[in-house]
Design a protein around this ligand. Structure first.
Ligand SMILES: Nc1ncnc2c1ncn2[C@@H]1O[C@H](COP(=O)(O)OP(=O)(O)O)[C@@H](O)[C@H]1O
Ligand SMILES: O=C(O)C1=C[C@@H](OP(=O)(O)O)[C@@H](O)[C@H](O)C1
Ligand SMILES: [Mg+2]
Length: 180
């Protein structure tokens, strides 16, 4: 069998990236994947592919609960795979089942920043359907931050860092832990 060029651990050894909207989960996971030649997937894109519709359509039809359930199916589809870098939708931690699945399948990295860091980086509000709750965004941030902290094996601070610097710091941490 051809060597994949990165460390393959026994069992399921994915690395999940969680954090608030716009923290850079998708960008950072994709960049580390390119750097290390390691396959990268995004739960939002898996959900859209599995349901053959957009996240906005899922929200419009079934509300947040439909999204969490779709995320559960997306995560379950990764159970039989190995060594993926997985960027997650910000709301994935709202479901206990999703948190348990992530813990079972590998390690979790929390890209931790201030709410202002996230807001600065969000450009396409139309692709983030829950963002109609803008006046509640602070509450949502306060509600979710402890959920990310509880779930994560590692936290990386994104404040005052470019996405490249976050990717570098995260890759170094994962490398030192023998996870990359
Ligand atoms: N190198 C970069 N520097 C600054 N902003 C970027 C960079 N790369 C992507 N972005 C923007 O930052 C936003 C958030 O990044 P994204 O990876 O989508 O975050 P998340 O997946 O955590 O929501 C995106 O709208 C993207 O356009
Ligand atoms: O916070 C949320 O509930 C969501 C965040 C989005 O992911 P990003 O964090 O990648 O923007 C996406 O999953 C969906 O719009 C719902
Ligand atoms: Mg994303």
């Amino acid at each position: 069998m051809k060597a994949p060029g990165y460390v393959v651990h026994k069992g399921c050894d994915h690395i999940f990236f969680v954090g608030f909207l716009g923290a850079g989960k998708s960008t950072v996971a994709r960049n580390i994947g390119r750097l290390f030649g390691r396959p990268y997937v995004d739960t939002d894109r898996i959900v859209e592919r599995m349901n053959r519709c957009t996240l906005v359509q899922i929200y419009d039809k079934g509300g947040p609960q439909a999204m969490y359930e779709a995320e559960t199916r997306a995560l379950e589809s990764l159970l039989a795979k190995k060594s993926l870098l997985v960027s997650c939708g910000s709301g994935i931690v709202e479901s206990q089942k999703n948190c348990s699945l992530m813990r079972k399948m590998g390690s979790v990295v929390f890209l931790d920043g201030r709410l202002s860091d996230s807001l600065k980086q969000i450009q396409r509000l139309d692709r983030r359907p829950d963002f109609d709750l803008v006046e509640n965004i602070e509450l949502l941030y306060e509600h979710r931050r402890p959920l990310y902290q509880k779930l994560a094996d590692f936290s990386v601070c994104i404040t005052h860092k470019t996405f490249d610097e976050v990717a570098q710091a995260t890759a170094q941490l994962l490398w030192e832990k023998g996870l990359l």
